[in-house]
Design a protein around this ligand. Sequence first.
Ligand code: THU
Length: 131
Amino acid sequence: MAGSDALVEAARAARAFARAPYSGFAVGAALECADGTIVTGCNIENATYGLTVCAERVALFKALSEGRDQFVRIAVVADTVAPTPPCGPCRQLLWEYCGDIQVVMANLTVETGRHQLAALLPLPFDARLLD
Ligand code: THU
C-alpha cells in the first residue's frame, strides 16, 4: 500500500494539469490500486459546462481502461480549507467499480478528512438491486 502522503502528493501533482477555466476550481485525484499502483486524474471542463468530468472520474476511467479492477483508496485535492468530497455521480461510480474504498481529502498542505465511501453513499442503488 502506498503511504497516505504519497497518494495525496500524487493528487496534488495531478491537480496541476486541471483544465478548469470556467470554474477556476482545480481538482486532483489519485486512485490507489490493490497492487500499490497509483492512477491520477484532474478535472476537465468544457465550454458547454455540462460535459465537465471530475478528477475522480478521470482517474477511475483511466484505471479501468488500463485493466485495473481492484482499488483501495482515492485521494482528492483542492485548494480549500474545507474538505472537497466527491460529488454524487462520482460517489455512484466509485461505489460501482471500487466498492467501499477509503476517500482521503486534502488541500495543498494538509489532510482535511477521510471517510469510507459507504458513509458518503448510504443506501446506494447498485447491481444487487437488479437481480
Ligand atoms: N470537481 C471535481 O473534479 N471533483 C470534486 O470532487 C468536486 C468538483 C470539479 C468539477 C468542476 O470542474 C469544478 O470542480 C467545480 O465544480
